[in-house]
Design a protein around this ligand. Structure first.
Ligand code: FMN
Length: 483
């Protein structure tokens, strides 16, 4: 497991998975380069430097998780794991987490530069405008916000996007129901501003806790400590009573006034679905009082690009592992779960099931559609396949849909399901009245239970026999050494 962001970059470099790019402009050019890089599978981490108009060393790390091996590196798992094996290993690791509270230290690299008062200016960093039609420069994509619940003192970390308004103001885009929005509202309901710290470059394992559905009231620093098996080192903020990571690259400290007192227009932004579906609307703002940063700071950029290959494998792996664990708590027979990266993850879930009783497939589909982690938002398709199908292998999944599913009798629909403003398929009329809902298809792509024994046998050789063939013929075929 890598330690801070610099260590992650150094390790990616050792693995031959890092490209340094000098001279790219912050105005859309970096975004396009990052997208072009994703036309190749398992593409490198990109580090942009010498951005025109900015001092050398002020860098941006993009496409951090566009390869399985770097996802495994961030998760502290064997680097060779891929597909369902990577998801299984992450699921096992999550099951073993014993939270370890963070350790408060007196100082750390993030305090190398402390800017207060008139020196506060976020535009001193080369903040990208990622997509052509973005409404502005997005300082927060691979970021994390830190907030404290005013009642319980519980600390939450969440990744919510953020656009620059001016030198000391940025926006806060948090979907209602996400913990950051829940905490902020508690302050605003009392007429108070919400203290907040925003981290712009952090250890990748810590960022996982920010994007992962960690249960409410569980301190994400403690969860991460458990993941790492040692406490995360934090400092007390310079101007806010919030713990910030001691080895962060950049931290912005400030407060969010109630939106009725101050807000700013935000968006549109190239959303995770791959469209500019959301419109420009007033958003809560963070008024920045202090900036802490390391020398030659590195921003962490995860703008969610749609290209030939996945830009953020880590989220698909995490969601899949968490839903699979949920299945284990509820029913037997689930052999694998995959949020499909090619469909932008949340919109399509595939469950591989060893059928054990009548109705088992429908039960699995409804659990996937109905649990917090499975349903989340904008979940359009749940596909259940038999246990001979690898749910991460789309060739196999499509084979199952094409040959085992009778559409009329094996597809059901659910309506009025939670979606969100960035959903490109939301009808204009529904968008106008804020009715953010969609439907979900439950696709049973399994051999029908009632006559499964009469279903024609497949010509496909079993993985066990293919392994024997590989042992004997692998050399001749692939030039492999026999082991
Ligand atoms: C790159 C990236 C960007 C994200 N942007 C947002 C966002 O702008 N707003 C939001 O509410 N959630 C966003 N999310 C999802 C949340 O980070 C995620 O649901 C997380 O679990 C929320 O944490 P919370 O439950 O502690 O609020 C983003 C996730 C990723 C991976």
């Amino acid at each position: 497991m890598s330690d801070d962001l610099r260590d992650f970059i150094a390790k990616a470099r050792e693995m031959g998975e890092c490209r340094f790019i000098e001279g790219a402009h912050w105005d859309v050019e970096m975004g396009r380069i990052a997208e072009l890089s994703l036309t190749r599978p398992e593409s490198p981490l990109l580090v942009f430097d010498k951005v025109p108009g900015y001092p050398p060393g002020y860098r941006i790390a993009a496409n951090p998780f566009s390869s399985s091996s770097r996802v495994a590196l961030a998760m502290g798992l064997p680097l060779e794991l891929k597909g369902i094996a990577l998801i299984r290993a992450w699921k096992d690791k999550l099951a073993a987490i014993k939270p370890i509270p963070p350790k408060t230290v007196n100082t750390g690299p993030v305090r190398e530069n402390v800017l207060l008062g008139d020196d506060v200016d976020v535009l001193k960093f080369p903040i990208p405008k990622w997509h052509e039609l973005d409404g502005g420069r997005y300082i927060g994509t691979g970021c994390m916000f830190i907030q404290k619940d005013p009642d319980s003192g519980w600390v939450n970390i969440g990744a919510y996007r953020s656009q620059v308004v001016d030198r000391n103001t940025v926006t806060f885009h948090c979907v209602p129901g996400h913990h950051g929005a829940v905490i902020a509202k508690k302050y605003w309901d009392r007429g108070q501003s919400c203290p907040i710290a925003m981290v712009l470059g952090q250890a990748p394992y810590l960022w996982i806790s920010a994007i992962s559905p960690v249960p409410i009231e569980l301190d994400e620093y403690a969860w991460t400590g458990g993941l790492k098996n040692r406490p995360v080192e934090v400092l007390k903020g310079q101007t806010v009573d919030l713990p910030v990571p001691a080895d962060a690259e950049i931290v912005l400290e400030g407060e969010m006034p109630p939106p009725q007192a101050e807000s700013a227009p935000e968006g549109p932004f190239g959303e995770w679905e791959g469209y500019y579906a959301g419109v420009r609307t007033p958003h809560p703002v963070v008024k920045i009082k202090a900036i802490l940063h390391r020398n030659d700071p590195i921003q962490f950029g995860v703008p969610m690009l749609v290209a030939t290959h996945d830009d953020n494998i880590i989220q698909a792996v995490d969601y899949s592992a968490q839903l699979w664990a949920e299945f284990d708590r509820q029913i037997a027979g689930v052999k694998g779960v995959s949020f499909v990266p090619q469909a932008r993850r949340r919109t399509m879930i595939v469950v591989s099931l060893k059928q054990m009783y009548p109705g088992h497939v429908k039960q699995a589909a409804l659990i996937a559609a109905g649990t917090y982690r499975g349903a989340t938002v904008a979940g359009r398709f749940v596909v259940v396949v038999d246990d001979d199908i690898d749910p991460t292998n789309m060739s196999e999944v499509l084979w199952a849909i094409g040959t085992r599913c009778d559409p009329k009798s094996q597809i059901d629909f659910l309506d009025n399901r939670l979606s969100l403003a960035s959903d490109p398929r939301l009808e204009p009329e529904k968008r106008k009245i804020g009715n953010y809902t969609c439907s979900t298809a439950l696709i049973d792509a399994c051999r029908p239970w009632a006559w499964r024994d009469q279903f024609p046998k497949t010509t496909k050789t079993t993985p066990e026999i293919l392994a024997q063939v590989r042992q004997k013929w692998g050399d001749a075929l692939f030039g492999e050494r026999r082991t």
